[in-house]
Design a protein around this ligand. Sequence first.
Ligand code: ATP
Ligand code: MG
Length: 654
Amino acid sequence: MSQSQETLSNLLQETRRFAPPADLAESANVKADAYAEAADRPGFWARQAERLSWSKPWDEVLDWSNPPFAKWFVGGELNVAYNCVDRHVEAGNGGKVAFHWEGEPGDARTLTYADLQREVSKAANALLELGVRKGDRVAIYLPMIPELPISMLACARIGATHSVVFGGFSADALRTRIDDAQAKIVITSDGGYRRGKASALKSTVDEAVADTPSIEHVLVVRRTGQEIAAHERDVWWHDIVERQSDEHAPEPVDAEHPLYILYTSGTTGKPKGILHTTGGYLTQTAYTHYAVFDLKPDTDVYWCSADIGWVTGHSYIVYGPLANGATSVMYEGTPDTPHQGRWWEIIAKYKVSLFYTAPTAIRTFMKWGDDIPAEHDLSSLRVIGSVGEPINPEAYVWYREHIGASRAPVVDTWWQTETGSIMISPLPGVTEGKPGAAMRPLPGIAADVVDDQGTPVPNGGGGFLVVKEPWPSMLRTIWGDDERYVKTYWSRFEGLYFAGDGAKKDDDGDIWLLGRVDDVMLVSGHNISTTEVESALVSHPKVAEAAVVGATDPLTGQAIVSFVIPRGSAGGDVEGDDFLKELRDHVAKTLGPIAKPRQIMIVPELPKTRSGKIMRRLLRDVAENRSIGDVSTLADSTVMDLISEKLPSAKSED
Ligand code: ATP
Ligand code: MG
C-alpha cells in the first residue's frame, strides 16, 4: 500500500516493554490459555455467565438472527441486585465490606454486604410505595454518596430502569434526559461536597422538573443540610426510606430486561441514550473486572476513581465489583481537596491494591509534581488501570513508576459507554505491556483494525477500530431510536460495529488507539492521528498536557495546530520563540517532519468534557478562527475564553 493511500499513518515507535511480575503471573486469575479457550465465543461466554446466579437457566446463549439487535442468554432470568448483594450475604459474607466510602470533608461510612442488602431493600420498598413499577424509568441525579449505588440497585431489584445523570450537569441537560427516558421519579440530594464547598443539586432538579410532565416525585437525600425549596412532589429519603421494611424479595427479570440507560459523554455531539440490559451486561462486567484487575475478592481492596455518572462508574464501581463480591473504596470529592495528595492518602488509608483512573488525572498529577505521591505509602498497589482516552506513553511510564512503584502492571483498557465493559486490554498476569498500547482484544472479544473498505490492515498499518462479533455487554439500541442505533454504529462497514475510533496494529499485531477518526488530520496526503502528535509533545520533559487539531491550510490541506500546557516544574521562558521551536523540532524528531506542528499555543487549560476528555472540536474552532460551538458538555466553559485570549500571541513559522 502506498503511503498516500494508507488509512492512518503509523508514526510513533515505542520500544519499552514491561513484563508482568513473576508472582502475579504465577497466581493470575486468567492465564494465556484463556485466549484459545475462548475460540468458541458463545461457549466461552456461557461459561462466564455461570459466575452469576440465574433463577431460570437460559435456552440459547446468543440470538443473532436479527442483526444488529442481539439477544444474549435467551429465556434466562435473574436479578442484578440479588447477584450483586444478596447472594454474597447468603454465602456467609454479609460481614464483608462492600464499600469504604470517604466523604470529601473527611467523614466516612462503611457498608458491608449485609448493610447493603438492608439499605437496598428499604429503598426498593420506598420506590414501590412511590408507584415505581417494573419497566418504569427512574432518573438519578446524585453526588458520589452511598445512596447512589443503593438507588441503582434498588431499581434493579424491582426491575425499574435507571438513568443516572452526572451530578455536574445543568438543569437543561437533566431535563432533556428525563424527557427522553420519560422518567417517573428523580432521585437527588440537597447537595454534595466538591472542592471544599457544599454545591447545590436540588435547585437544579427543581428547575429541570418544572417542565417535565413525566415526573411524579422528587426523592431527596439529605447530604449537606443546606436550605432547599420545598415542593409538593418532594419526598425526603429519610422520611420514606427509613420507615420501610428491610426485607424485599428481588424480582427476577428476563436476561434482556433493560437495566439502564446512560447518555454518552458528548465529546462528538448530541449525547446518545445507550441502552444496556441485564444478563449479558452483568456477565461481561463481572468477567472483565475479575480478569483485567486480577481481583482476589478475599484480599484485594479495589478503587475506581471515576464518577458513577459515567459508564466506568456503572460497570466498575457498581456492577462488576459487586457481582464479584469485591471490597471497594468510593470517594465523594475532588483529588485536590483539601490538598493535592488526597487520593494517595486514601490509597494508603485503605491499603488499596487495585486502582483504576483516567489519563487526564494522571497528567494532572504529573503536572503537580512527583513529590506529592512520594509522600504516601502506595506499596499496597498491585494492578493499576487507565481508561477514557489513549494514555500517552510518557504518562503510562510516570504512572507505573510513581504510583505503581515500577512493579504494578498498568492495564490500559479500551471500551465505551456503548460496549458496556472493557473490550481491549492487557491481562496483568500475561501481557508484556507496551506504554500507550491497549494491546489485544480480551478473550471472547473479536475486535480488529480495518481500512476504509472494511478489510483488516496488516501489522504495522492503521485504520478504523471495529468489533466483528456481538459481545454480551453490547448496547442493545439507542433508547427509543433503533434507526439511529443502526445508522450510528452498524452502517459504516457491512456487518461490523464501528466504534468511531482510529487505531493501528504494531509489528506484533498489538492494538494502539489513535483517537477519534473525526479528529484525524489530513496533512499533505497523510492521515495523522491526534494521539501520536500529542504523545510526542507530552514526551518532552517540559510538557504536561497537549491537544492537537487539524486546521485548514492553503498549502497542506490541513496543518497541525497544538495547544500545550507546560509542567509546573518547567522553568525558563515557556512562551518564548525558542521554546516553541524546540517543541516543534522535538515532534519532528520523534515522529518525522510530516508531523511537525505549524503552530503551538501555550495555554493554561484545555477544554474537557466533565468526564475529562479533551474536546478537540472546540479547539478546531479556535484554530480556524470560527465562533466556538456548543460548550454545554464542557466541565468549565470559561476555559475557551482563556484560550481565545491567547490567540493573538499564537506563534507560527516555516
Ligand atoms: P460521545 O460518543 O457522545 O462523543 P464519548 O465517546 O466521549 O462521547 P464515552 O463512551 O465515555 O463517551 O467514551 C468512549 C471513548 O473514549 C472511546 O470511543 C475512545 O475514544 C475513548 N477511550 C476510552 N478508553 C480508551 C483507551 N483506553 N484508549 C483510547 N481511547 C479510549
Ligand atoms: Mg463515543
